[in-house]
Design a protein. Structure first.
Length: 522
């Protein structure tokens, strides 16, 4: 830690964004690039319980791992919150007791990028909130922040109402980001209402998918300016949509229609260009930025450069970019369609850069971008299936599943095989998402007063991923046949045991809506 640096005395007279930048710079000037850990303030924190009444739960003899600590202790949860942490806690026999000997005791995972029961052009994702969040729970995730969207010409508040109707079946806690499609005076006012009244404090803006979701740079700038002034986070899908559209149209016109052309028409340079552009616009708009599903070295370089300059710029990547490469598109028949997500899988050099970014803190979060479409048509119909693009890759619904396998994949590939620390593992999958998206310390850590969202994780158990055993409605896994060491044994949501080995004790509708506070920076 460094007490002061050359930027410090410039700050006093500056506005909030300049102070934020200065705080980030001060940090970069220090010996470490780890985040400051500044918590979001404060709407979401320690809200009153309402009429909650639950049995007390004791988790004993476990190894508690948070983003900063690693120690042996017992945890007592009462009324859904962590009441006491200590060694050798003694409780009466009315307390439900779980022995965590040999297990890691970690905060429930937070997945800040999902698309559940979502209309995407002419396709619709196949998981309901009920099935998707059950799958999340089996994977150790107890909080999901899902994308809802404005419909062009309508208020985003209407989009949120519709999302609430669908999200009512959630079995873990859920928050919402809003995808903005129209940026005008009324929708800018509605954004303020979303932030202040509805607890929706982050917005996704698309620089890709022209004609469907894409905004022009002026709209990006206006939405960013509004967000920055109100404690909200702007999430960007950063790819140059217009250039990519030209490449896609040319490929299709030339008869290059197999799934691999999805990857060949979305060059990494166009992800890098858009990421750089988003950062520059955000800087001018004085807003913190969060780049979603970052896959390319060029994009990471733009984020790293911004962070080195002290800008509040953040980024996530996803397990598929960390564990899979573009060779998947060469699989026979139409099988490559399973891997059609945007951005596409890249080559091993990009993958190595991402792993490096996770350890240098240029990437702060691993989310899933769970956007599930079935491979086969028969199960739920063409609307939910990749088969829409059988004769034309540009019609394959973009997106892939992953909500259930994030924690075990990152534990095995990150902690066991690449030396990521356990603390960093928790930071990337729970604590940083909570801090960035206005949920900390209610969520994302194990501390007195925090929600009793806990995962008991067996670091020794070896198992193999099989779509036939997962809980999502989707009919395939990107990671079919991958053998991993490390598995989720028990999951508690606000003190209630919802997953016990292969048994489900949760129920649809038990998830609570998370009205989030102001977003933080790291
Ligand atoms: O292919 C993807 N990622 N589909 C979901 C929509 C998005 O861009 O996040
Ligand atoms: Zn996206
Ligand atoms: Zn997405």
């Amino acid at each position: 830690m460094v007490a002061s640096c050359r930027h410090a005395d410039l700050v006093a007279a500056a506005g909030p964004y300049a102070q934020l930048v200065a705080a980030q710079r001060r940090h970069v000037c220090g010996a470490t690039r780890e985040g400051t850990g500044k918590a979001a303030s404060l709407g979401a924190i320690f809200q009153p319980d309402g009429e909650r009444q639950m049995a007390a739960v004791l988790i004993k003899n476990g190894r508690i791992v948070t983003a900063v600590d690693d120690y042996q202790a017992d945890i007592l949860i009462e009324d859904g919150r962590i009441r006491t942490i200590g060694q050798g806690l003694v409780v009466g026999n009315q307390v439900e007791t779980h022995d965590a000997s040999g297990l890691l005791v970690m905060p429930g995972g937070i997945d800040v990028h999902t698309h559940l029961d979502w209309d995407f052009g002419v396709a619709r994702t196949v998981d309901t909130f009920g099935t998707g969040t059950k799958a999340a729970a089996f994977g150790g995730t107890t909080t999901v922040i899902d994308f809802c969207n404005q419909t062009r010409g309508a208020s985003p508040l209407v989009g949120l109402e519709d999302w609430h109707r669908r999200a009512a079946s959630a079995s873990v806690d859920v928050g919402a980001h809003m995808i903005m499609l129209d940026v005008n005076d009324q929708s800018l006012t509605d954004m303020q209402t979303l932030i202040r009244r509805e607890g929706v404090t982050s917005f996704k803006l698309f620089m890709a998918y022209p004609g469907v979701l894409m905004l022009d740079d002026g709209a990006l700038f206006k939405a960013m300016r509004l967000a920055g002034g109100h404690g909200a986070m702007i999430c960007v899908h950063a790819e140059n949509g217009q250039v990519i559209q030209v490449l896609v149209e040319e490929a299709v016109a030339a008869g290059r229609v197999a799934p691999k052309y999805h990857s060949l028409t979305r060059p990494t340079s166009m992800e890098g260009e858009a990421t750089h552009r988003a950062i520059k616009i955000a800087e001018l708009a004085e807003t913190p930025l969060y780049v979603v599903h970052l896959s390319a070295r060029e994009a990471l370089a733009a984020v790293a450069e911004a962070r080195d300059a002290g800008l509040p710029v953040h980024a996530e990547t996803c397990p598929h970019y960390l564990f899979l490469t573009q060779e998947k598109y060469d699989r026979p028949e139409f099988d490559g369609a399973k891997y059609v997500m945007t951005p596409p899988l890249r080559d091993a050099n990009h993958q190595q850069a991402l792993w490096r970014g996770l350890s240098t803190n240029d990437l702060q979060v691993i989310s899933t971008d769970h956007c599930p479409f079935c491979f086969n048509e028969q199960l739920f119909g063409m609307k939910f299936s990749k088969q829409q693009g059988k004769d034309d890759f540009s019609k394959i619904p973009n997106g892939a599943p992953g909500i259930e396998t994030r924690l075990p994949l990152v534990y095995d590939g990150g902690v066991r095989q690449r030396g990521l620390s356990l603390n960093r593992f928790v930071a990337l999958t729970a604590t940083n998402p909570a801090k960035l998206f206005g949920l900390f310390p209610k969520k994302g850590t194990i501390a007195v007063g925090s929600d009793g969202d806990i995962v008991l994780f067996d670091p020794q158990d070896t198992w193999t991923i099989r779509a036939s055993e997962h809980h999502s409605r989707v009919d395939y896994s990107l990671f079919e046949g991958h053998t991993l060491t490390g598995s989720v044994k028990k999951v508690f949501l606000r003190g209630q045991l919802i997953v016990d080995g292969k048994d489900w004790h949760g129920r649809e509708g038990m998830g609570e809506f998370l009205r989030r506070g102001a977003c933080g920076t790291l």
